[in-house]
Design a binder for this molecule. Structure first.
Ligand code: AMP
Length: 283
């Protein structure tokens, strides 16, 4: 595996591969890698000739400085995992490579309603930071394919919107959520849970599954209210549990009126904030 920390030699290598006609797949991550990340890399290895992963904890998407500070960082373990998976190129820049002071990188894109609800409402500025870093990284890498997880449902929806708006040739591939055996969605933040908090965490997946069971019998707002009380009763602090239309992210009023309904939730367990989602209906 080749490791690059600087933009110029990295770009030189990638453009050589592209001149040779190689298809490039790109997997952006913030490190502290787990099997969810590995699943994206495996998909890229299947689809393309060269898989490029990046590890960059992007400061501009953290609205809470203490969240940025305590974000898990495990570079040595990550390198071993990437080698083991067969990832070919790793880009691990520092902040000044990604955001050189000389470059104007502020992105003025209108996401319409997409960045208003859910994560947008609870993490002001988060998606502006995510879009900024993904735009910058794909300008550097210029991949054919970009791999992201369904785990961050609102994020990939916004990035697809951005790619459309920018008329970008990059094709976004969304990969399924990888879960622990008890249902907890894999996340870099899971290591921050104490054993007692970890034992509560599968309740998030349970609430999503229970919601899915109810779609033929109850209205979306009722299901949301029950999920919120169920999570609170189990000692978790849900921030939202929203049943939304999968393309517009607007609230679903009646399941009969949409062919794509998704339940998205953010839950705090102590100081650890976890997100998860489940497609309730897709035709
Ligand atoms: P992160 O390092 O958390 O920024 O995530 C990097 C990429 O991995 C994003 O596209 C995430 O959606 C994806 N990802 C994170 N967790 C999972 C998971 N459990 N299953 C599948 N993809 C995931």
């Amino acid at each position: 595996m080749l490791l690059f920390k600087q933009v110029l030699p990295f770009q030189k290598h990638i453009s050589k591969l592209k001149k040779e006609g190689k298809k490039i797949g790109f997997v952006p991550t913030m490190g502290a890698l787990h099997q969810g990340h590995v699943s994206l890399i495996r998909q890229s290895l299947k689809d393309t000739d060269c898989t490029v992963s990046s590890i960059f904890v992007n400061p501009t998407q953290f609205n809470d400085p203490s969240d940025l500070q305590k974000y898990p960082r495990t570079p040595e373990k990550d390198l071993a995992e990437l080698l083991n998976t067969g990832n070919q190129v790793l880009f691990m820049p520092d902040v000044t490579e990604v955001y050189p002071p000389s470059k104007k990188l502020k992105l003025d894109l209108d996401f319409g309603y997409l960045d208003q609800p859910m994560e947008g409402a609870h993490r002001p500025g988060h998606f502006a930071g995510v879009a900024q870093v993904v735009k910058r990284l794909i300008e550097i890498v210029k991949p054919h394919y970009l791999y992201m997880g369904q785990k961050d449902f609102q994020q990939f929806t916004i990035i697809q919107h951005m790619l459309n708006e920018l008329k970008s040739p990059v094709k976004l591939i969304v990969c399924p959520i990888i879960r622990e055996s008890d249902g907890l969605a894999m996340s870099s933040r899971n290591v921050l849970l104490t054993p007692q908090q970890r034992s509560l965490a599968p309740a998030i997946h349970q609430a999503l599954q229970d919601a899915k069971m109810k779609i033929h019998a109850q209205f979306p707002r009722q299901i949301e209210a029950e999920a919120l009380s169920q999570l609170s009763a189990q000692g978790l602090q849900p921030e939202y549990f929203s049943i939304v239309e999968g393309r517009t992210l607007r609230p679903v009023e009646l399941f009969e009126e949409t062919d794509f309904a998704v339940a998205c939730t953010a839950v705090k367990i102590g100081n650890v904030r976890l997100i998860d989602n489940m497609i309730l209906k897709e035709e």
